[in-house]
Design a protein around this ligand. Structure first.
Ligand code: ADP
Ligand code: MG
Length: 560
């Protein structure tokens, strides 16, 4: 039988794929199963109005059958099937422009083979693990069944076969192990089970496999030396209904908590579970969690931000960074949108209009949830803030202050008068009538700032002071510059703007005293001036030139 050639574009991609050293070979199974599920969707839809299909919703399934002896893995579905034209058009070419763009991006970035692994390119990905693929298929409503066969880039054949029912059977002849590549694993039941759980757990039809299990022989049950025997059990590998597809009122918090800890290997209980369902220009569902404690590696490079991205229940990406802004990188969760295609590369995804819209919505949603937590559940918000407040402050400072507006009402500082964390808005609401500035003071900890002479005058006026005890605090306020049109004022560095009554006699003696101190201290100080900040203390230190001692300490510590 004459071999037909793949259309040229497909051929290039095939070559590329087959010859790639691949870290994500395993995604072929996700691709094949997704296709089977799509095919079942189509026939299932027809069966709603056409009794001749003879199948009910519950009859549809995908069957996996690994066979070590023949080195084959067979994936069978009772979906719509394919006729000859379908085989030519669907398996003979990669027609979608998506694949084309993907290929172009690959040619520009030859060294980043990994991106195929992240996304797969549909049916063809099976050639990563199979030396030969046979597709036996019969289209619903037609009489002739066909067999499509190919060993890769050198083309394919199509012949007629006998097949009773509509549907498709895909037989993968698994490659032999090489020195550096293991293919045997794709014939192992437990490995296959693991792959289905990882990538295809939420496929809506059962994915079943006969699994060999071991049990104690009935007749040796009570003896000292129990004997074991193998038996076969048909196991449904997927759980089918994703938690995020269920309505919030039908799911208990325990179920969400369990999902959170299993999915993200987290030890804590989430502080907040956010469920959203959006329909419109883009349709998606999201299930998000705000952790109650920062993961141990949170403030290191090891920590990976991002949400899991699904397309109709099929995992596309484990950590989609594009979905979260840096200042909300603590959020964990998943997004599922049917508007995103499986066959999409990382490069394309970054520019995907849908994805950008989803990310914007999610950012707003998180902001609103945090705001409402701050207003209605202060205790939990403080817990949250202790874990991730630093992140929000970094957010204010970063990107040239681009996120100031968004974040300024979410950040908190320790207050001299309230003796707890307060927001800027609370501070401003409490400001005295004659008070010009929002005062802050910097120090190691609250106790140290409590005794700072520089803060005496401010305290004596009954004004509140925000304590900057972390490096980022002072940067944050400096970067904000103002809040509700009130300027920030450093107790240590700035003119406090507080009128004091001066004593004539003091004034006259001042110069002699200042000269005396300057001469005594010499080069140790730049300047000696009369301070208006003091009430009971005789002296205090002031940093010159806009940066405080604390900041200076910080800069010294980060210098190599
Ligand atoms: P995509 O799924 O994105 O269309 P694939 O390369 O995965 O791309 O599959 C190509 C096409 O082959 C599918 O669109 C479908 O028409 C057909 N196909 C693949 N597998 C099956 C199957 N099991 N049953 C019916 N059609 C299939
Ligand atoms: Mg597909």
């Amino acid at each position: 039988m004459a071999k037909k050639q793949f259309k040229s574009e497909s051929k290039r991609l095939l070559d590329l794929m087959i010859n790639s050293i691949y870290t994500h070979k395993e995604i072929f199974l996700r691709e094949i199963i997704s296709n089977a599920s799509d095919a079942i969707d189509k026939l299932c839809f027809i069966s709603l109005t056409d009794d001749k299909v003879g199948l009910d919703r519950g009859d549809f399934k995908i069957v996996l059958k690994p066979d070590k002896e023949s080195r084959t893995l067979t994936i069978t579905d009772n979906g719509i099937g394919m006729n000859k034209d379908d085989l030519e058009n669907n398996l003979g070419t990669i027609a979608s422009s998506g694949s084309l763009k993907f290929k172009q991006s690959m040619e520009e970035k030859q060294d980043d083979i990994d991106i195929i692994g992240q996304f797969g390119v549909g049916f063809y990905s099976a050639f990563m693990v199979a030396k030969k693929i046979t597709v036996n298929t019969k289209k619903y409503g037609e009489d002739t069944a066909y067999c499509w066969q190919s060993s890769g880039a050198d083309g394919y054949t199509i012949s007629e076969i006998e097949k009773e029912n509509a549907g498709t059977e895909i037989i993968l002849e698994i490659k032999d192990n090489t020195d550096d590549e293991n293919y045997d694993e794709f014939l192992e039941q437990y490995r296959i089970q693991g792959l289905v759980k990882k990538y295809s757990d939420y496929i809506r039809y059962p994915i079943v496999m006969d699994m060999t299990k071991s049990r104690v022989k009935e007749e040796t049950k009570d003896s000292d030396k129990p004997e074991y025997e193998d038996y076969t059990e048909t196991v449904t590998l997927n759980s089918m209904i994703p938690l995020w597809q269920r309505r919030k009122k039908d799911v208990t918090q325990e179920e969400y908590d369990k999902f959170y800890s299993e999915k993200f290997m987290a030890m804590d209980k989430p502080l907040k579970t956010i469920v959203t369902s959006v329909e419109g220009v883009v349709t998606y569902k999201a299930l998000l969690f705000i952790p109650s404690v920062a993961p141990y590696d949170y403030y290191t490079k090891e920590y990976k931000k991002g949400l899991q991205l699904y397309s109709s229940g099929v995992l596309i990406m484990d950590n989609c960074e594009e979905l979260l802004p840096e200042h909300f990188r603590f959020v964990k969760g998943i997004v599922d949108s049917a508007d995103l295609s499986l066959n999409i590369s990382r490069e394309m995804l970054q520019h995907d209009r849908h994805l950008i819209t989803i990310a914007q919505n999610i950012e707003k949603k998180i902001k609103n949830e945090l705001t409402s937590m701050l207003q209605n559940d202060r205790e939990n918000y403080e817990k949250f803030f202790n874990a991730f407040g630093r992140q929000l402050k970094y957010g204010v400072v970063s990107d040239y202050g681009m996120h100031k507006e968004e974040l300024q009402d979410l950040i908190m500082f320790y207050s001299s008068s309230e003796k707890k964390l307060v927001t800027l808005s609370e501070y401003v609401d409490r400001m005295k009538e004659d008070q010009k500035f929002i005062y802050f003071a910097t120090g190691e900890n609250a106790a140290a700032i409590d005794t700072l002479p520089q803060t005496e005058l401010i305290r004596s006026k009954g004004y509140e002071i925000l304590y900057c005890t972390e490096e980022i605090d002072e940067f944050t306020l400096q970067s904000l510059m103002t809040y509700k049109e009130k300027k920030f004022c450093s107790a240590m560095n700035d003119d406090l703007g507080i009128e004091t009554e001066e004593n004539k006699e003091d004034e006259e003696n001042k110069d002699a005293l200042l000269t005396f101190v300057k001469e005594t201290l010499g080069d140790k100080v730049a300047e000696v001036t009369a301070s208006k900040k003091l009430v009971s203390h005789p002296v205090c230190l002031t940093a010159k030139g806009g940066i405080s001692f604390e900041m200076e300490k910080y800069f010294n510590s980060v210098q190599p």
